[in-house]
Design a binder for this molecule. Structure first.
Ligand code: ADP
Length: 473
């Protein structure tokens, strides 16, 4: 049994802005099936402090990056949690990465350095008598952990998982002191990135093993196009890099038991959910597929491509229900498009129950991302018989079987993929989707395939388990 400390900036169901939280929340349970134990170290954001139940103080710090702090231990939502209660860093209104206006917190480097610093102390001295065999950090927020492990002289192995390489956690070199980093290591082989301190690079340089969340993304990261400046260090560390696809929490995302929907076990059970969803979004009946999209609204997610490709869907009798929030220009463009089309409706916001109702009621789920390390909503779609239409990149390439003539005749297709990632190719894919929907037998067969496709954690948790075991012989 390996004891693992997970170091992460968000964890479902406590606090979530994206797929990272889902993974962090699901991994401990999935690993328990393999006999491992994972505790999760999280910042004590104001938004989570009231959700922890009974806590125990297991450590105190007189000066944790500018103020007093405590380390709390508790069990909430079935997770063993360690919480860095540092009010000067985390007790504030607004989001977890930025203020209500969307500006990053000016002290984000220190806020997440503190998390890494505490992780290293736990690896050295333990927390309430518990001491990890392996530390597993996620994304740049956990990237400085190996620096602090080295500074403490701790040899605990460090696994680093890239959920999205687009975020580097860079800050100016003048912050070396405030981040308590060793100036001798501020060089291109360690955590210096073109004159800046890069938390992400520190993680990549210092990790014993690097993983990312799909095999295709692991390959893509080695190229300048996808590696975004980190492809060089990743090529140098290629033998320590592997792709392990994310699973979904099959207890939370199960159409047979989901409390948010009219439950079903076969594709025919989707009809009641589709009617309810059309009502919720103020959409009428239509002959084409009801497509759904649930996402952060950013350039990464290809929302602008979809806006250009809309005629191929709406002109073929299709419908679109979209839930998301993010870039103001994309929000405005989507709302304008919806105002002009009776078959399109948009809700701006973040709404977990509605996202379940959309996955259950939609005929298809759209994920037209420019890059997508893994992607989760296409996996929810598969489980709910809601066929994914996705770009051919990252985890979207690995988890969907395109309805090519060969896959259709072999009876294995589960969705539609498009490439290159352009508005034209997306238009063509939407036309294909509508044509498939017009063939009920083919569509039903694809739905059945999709619902049988393995999307849980079994295989992937076994791979993490194997990595931990290799590192702790
Ligand atoms: P990313 O992590 O890049 O945002 P993923 O597909 O990996 O993308 O994960 C996104 C997660 O956030 C999914 O669980 C998705 O359902 C959820 N999500 C995104 N936007 C919303 C929203 N507006 N309302 C509810 N859930 C959302």
């Amino acid at each position: 049994m390996t004891q693992i400390l997970s170091v992460v900036s968000e964890c479902a169901p406590l606090i979530k802005t994206g797929g990272l939280a889902d993974v962090a929340g699901a991994l401990p349970g999935a690993l328990a099936e393999h006999g491992d134990h994972m505790s999760v170290l999280l910042p004590g954001y104001r938004a989570i402090m009231g959700k922890l139940g009974k806590t125990k103080v297991v450590d105190t710090f007189r000066d944790l990056f500018g103020g007093k702090a405590r380390l709390l231990a508790c069990n909430a939502y079935g997770l063993d949690l360690l919480i860095v209660d540092a009010p000067h860093l985390y007790d504030r209104d607004g989001g977890i990465y930025g203020d209500a206006a969307g500006q990053d917190w000016h002290d984000n480097p220190e806020r997440f350095a503190a998390l890494c610093y505490v992780a290293a102390l736990i690896a050295k001295d333990g927390a309430g008598g518990w001491i990890p065999d392996v530390v597993h950090g996620h994304d740049w927020q956990a990237g400085l952990t190996p620096e602090y492990l080295a500074a403490q002289g701790v040899k605990t192995p460090f696994v680093f998982t890239i959920h999205n390489i687009a975020f580097h956690g860079n800050t100016g070199g003048e912050r070396l002191g405030s981040l308590r980093l060793d100036p001798a290591r501020f060089n291109a082989d360690q955590f210096e990135f073109w004159g800046h301190i890069s938390a992400l690079k520190a993680g990549l340089a210092g990790a014993d093993r690097i993983t990312t969340v799909s095999q295709t993304y692991a390959r893509e990261l080695l190229t300048p196009e996808f590696g975004i400046g980190m492809d060089g260090i990743l090529r140098a560390r290629q033998s320590d890099l592997s792709g392990i696809v994310n699973g979904i929490d099959e207890a939370v995302w199960n159409p047979a038991t989901d409390p948010n929907i009219t439950t079903y076990k076969a594709p025919s059970g989707k009809a009641a959910n589709k009617r309810a969803l059309q009502k919720t979004f103020g959409l009428g009946k239509s002959d084409g597929p009801l497509c759904v999209l649930i996402s952060r609204l950013t350039e990464q997610k290809g929302i602008d491509l979809l806006i250009q490709a809309l005629p191929a869907l709406l002109g073929n009798g299709g419908q679109l229900a979209l839930l998301g929030s993010g870039a103001p220009d994309l929000e405005v463009a989507l709302l304008e498009a919806a105002a002009n089309h009776p078959n399109m409706a948009v809700k701006i916001g973040y709404d977990e129950p509605l996202s379940h109702q959309m996955i259950a009621g939609g005929d298809a789920i759209l994920v037209p991302s420019r890059f997508e390390p893994c992607g989760l909503t296409q996996l929810y779609g598969l489980r709910y018989g809601t066929l994914p239409l996705v770009s051919l990149t990252g985890g979207l390439a690995d988890t969907v079987i395109n309805a090519s003539p060969a896959a259709l005749s072999a009876g294995v297709a589960t969705g539609v993929q498009f490439h290159p990632i352009t508005a034209q190719a997306l238009s063509d894919a939407l036309t294909t989707l509508c044509a498939l929907y017009a063939q009920p037998d083919t569509w039903k067969k694809m739905q059945r395939n999709a619902m049988k496709h393995a999307v849980g954690w079994d295989t992937s948790a076994a791979k993490y388990h194997a990595i931990y075991a290799e590192l702790t012989p």
